[in-house]
Design a protein around this ligand. Sequence first.
Ligand code: ADP
Ligand code: MG
Length: 697
Amino acid sequence: MQYIFTTPVKYLPGVGEVRAQALAKLGITTVGQLAYHFPRGYQFRGNVKPLAGASVGETASFMLTVATDPTLATLKRGMNLVKLRAFDESGSCEITFFNQPYMKDSLKKGLEYRFYGKLTNERGKLTLSSPIVEPVSEDKPLPALVAVYPLTAGISQKVMSKLVSTALRQLIENALNSPDALPEIIPDSVRQENNLCALGWALQNIHFPPDFEALAIAKRRLIFEELFSFALGAAGSRKKETRTAPAMPDGDITPLTSKLPFELTGAQKRAIDAIRADLSSDRPMRRLVSGDVGSGKTAVAAAAAYLAAKNSFQCAIMAPTEILASQHFSDLAPLFAKLGIECRLLLGSTKAKERKELLKGLSDGSIGVVIGTHALISEDVSFRSLGLVICDEQHRFGVGQRDALAAKGSGSERTVHQLTMSATPIPRTLALFLYGDLDMSALDELPPGRQRVRTFVVDESYRERLNGFIKRQADEGHQTYVVCPAVEEVESGEVSQEDIRLFDCGIDELVPKKPPKAAESWVGVLRDSLPGLRFGCVHGKLKSSEKDAVMSAFAAGELDVLVSTTVIEVGVNVPNATLMIVENAERFGLSQLHQLRGRVGRGSAASCCVLVSDCPPGSRAAKRLDVMRTTYDGFKIAEFDLGERGPGDFIPKGDDEIRQHGALRFRLANLCEDMELLESAVSAAKRILSEKERINS
Ligand code: ADP
Ligand code: MG
């Protein structure tokens, strides 16, 4: 039989119906998928020791000759034990196999084997219990590295290894005759440029590496392949923009900057320069400005809006909540007033009369800049000359909403410039990947004079002191945020989505078994412990009007403590808040914690962030949290997060185009460790796509 990549796995020698069903549980249905069933790790059996040279408790390989015929003894309850003695030049030991009666006949007195296992001392006797055994043969050296596979019931490591080996042999042999045996998706030119080995060699060596070096070469190629094909798909699925946007040649922003109460930071200047260059051309701008909380994105947005207005185009700025939109409005309207630009606010709650007048101003062009919520995309909103759309905190918007707003200035030939502001610093390489079609400006520099929010990690034993701390803030006229991971109590034992996510990421060890604190009940507990303080509670299950009412009360200083879920994550500004407490901190991504921390320290008073977690000292969770204590750079934190939790946290909600692409879970690649490969893969994918386009047109 001629095996190709897509041949059903059941036709492979050694598989059959039963094993085919077991393999299907691992997502393996074809011979090719079997060849792509990568090891989850490797056992290093190359560490060969003489018995006398190993210490008790050490795991190693031992080249031993069987000294006695194995005996099989039956123990209680149908259990059994095979026992024998073996020796090398340095000494001898006992070898036992528990419930593996077949070992009695597979080991022969006088022959040499490699035993891999842990040396123990059983009642004074040096013993290897249930080691892995391989016969030593003259013509085939034993491998130093042995793949360990993800398994399923009915398939052992040994069987899996055998099946993979059979699949590979068949495919590699047949690849000489048929391109369908091992379809190569990386074009030759890209392979040569990036110094990548051939596919067959890579597969052979990732499964059966003769040494670490071969393994590294194989892995590098397969990681590249993974990233390359993803990048190809991600970039290819985005529609090519063929329309033009209005060119805005007047790029002088000094009238604006001279009215700002501060000097722009270098990073702000660079971002504005890039925007100015984008806007001056009729190629539609698609730029993402990503920067830490407090890095001054608003001023960048203001400069962009100003450029549009002075070139006689309208600008719409969309924020995800009424509070944020109102905040932008109160920041920007006075500035634009001084520059003679009409700036207005449009919310869902805007009164009918005002709304009518506002809509008129937008359609006749007398309003230069409009700031609002998604009320801006209502059907009856139309613009005379919309030229620029700015979306703040884009994580909260679906791409659809952004596009709906842009559509108000677009036609079949023309579209608008778009600027997106993200408060989650995105590692540059990930941005390349997620937003291959976006240009990016990073505000990686905070305005001078910012004070750091001192950060502490504590456990439950600090509860009383923590409550005292909250009380002290209130006594001093300051306010506290308390963030909980959940809205409502979950029954213990019930697994939440969040738990599943943590589990996926391999950080399950650290999730304490106790259910997470829930905002709704935790506010009650705090009320009881802190009588006399004024509490409010917000979470995602409230109506947005209810949410806004509580948030406004907090912003107005009418509440001392705001207990919430992460709904407050997004840009609220309450400079009087000086304490941020995060409960079950181990459940949050670091970038998320960083965002939360950014909610305090916005005023002149010293501020603190306290991360409460019961994760054991020294655990991975504790180490993650420690990053928060020592690092204040959002981009660094984001990179750390990316390596630990994967890219899920950075993908805008509702960006289905990206989510559909295999949920961004890579089998081999680690977006954090493999940044260099990622960059080469993305640029190769881009080049291949544009070459294709050239050929097609
Ligand atoms: P974010 O990036 O979180 O949206 P903002 O634009 O709200 O940050 O800016 C945070 C604060 O920093 C605001 O009070 C703003 O006036 C101030 N700010 C912005 N840029 C500068 C600067 N270059 N120098 C000093 N203060 C600045
Ligand atoms: Mg902001």
